[in-house]
Design a protein around this ligand. Structure first.
Ligand code: GLN
Length: 253
């Protein structure tokens, strides 16, 4: 609105706000009072180490998803030049954070929504990792089938809200986050089954599959991983103590 940095707010505190900017601010406050997310008013959300542009076409990155990035980095720490696939990339927050942390990584990001892909590509260019991130339009791992056996890590924050739960969500989420980023049409268990089976077939022996889960999904995600032949299945809780990510490893034998 003012085009001021945070430092200007302090340094220029004595200045009057120009009427045009004040009117814009009033309008934004009114929108926010009507439960439009702040991130749609500012157009930005911080995630991990970077600022991401967000629009109504992408899920606003959530702080708990940073745990997925942290664990992903741990899993690929000892792998030189890792190949990583992020399924359903949305704003690109996971894929691009990993690419920025690991300059030797090749990252592939899939996404069903062409509008979301545009946002993710823009973020890749802004973060200057676009040369090492390949975007693919399509469902789950379908667009990267050619990489099967060559992938070190498949990571995903898939939609995992049931249709029943979705109606109970806050207006900011229910009315403004893309429903397809939250609610899988086939249902949550079927989505995990399909995602994990394909992910297990995509990673190389010794490779990892890592997914974000909802509060009640630990059991079904772990079962899907075991059913897909993954081993060393592990859950990690977020800062609120809620089971938030499940990972497994494709056996080498
Ligand atoms: N944690 C998200 C929420 O707040 C859900 C994200 C997802 O479905 N992947 O609604």
């Amino acid at each position: 609105m003012l085009g001021w940095e945070r430092a200007d707010v302090i340094a220029r505190a004595a200045e009057d706000v120009p009427p045009a900017a004040a009117a814009l601010l009033e309008a934004a406050i009114e929108q926010r009072a009507r439960r439009r997310p702040l991130q749609h008013l500012t157009g930005h959300q911080a995630f991990w180490r970077h600022d991401f542009v967000v629009t109504p076409d992408v899920l606003i990155p959530r702080p708990e998803t940073e745990l997925l990035v942290e664990k992903a980095l741990e899993l690929i720490r000892d792998r030189p030049a890792p190949v990583v696939v992020d399924v359903g990339t949305g704003s690109g927050c996971i894929a691009l954070s990993l690419a920025a942390e690991r300059p030797d990584a090749q990252v592939h990001a899939t996404e069903l929504s062409p509008a979301a892909l545009l946002v993710a590509r823009g973020n890749a260019a802004r973060l200057r990792v676009d040369a090492r991130v390949t975007f693919h339009e399509g469902d789950l791992l379908e667009p990267v089938m050619a990489l099967a056996g060559a992938v070190d890590l498949v990571v995903s924050n898939p939609p995992y809200v049931s249709a029943e739960e979705w109606v109970t969500l806050e207006p900011e989420v229910r009315l403004h986050d893309p429903r397809m980023a939250l609610v899988p049409p086939e249902g949550v268990p079927a989505l995990y089954g399909r995602l994990v089976t394909r992910a297990a077939a995509t990673v190389r022996p010794g490779g990892f599959v890592l997914v974000e889960i909802g509060a009640r999904d630990r059991g079904q995600a772990a079962r899907a991983m075991a059913g897909a032949g993954l081993a060393a299945i592990e859950t990690r809780r977020d800062l609120q103590g809620i089971p938030r990510i499940v990972g497994g490893r494709r056996p080498t034998g």
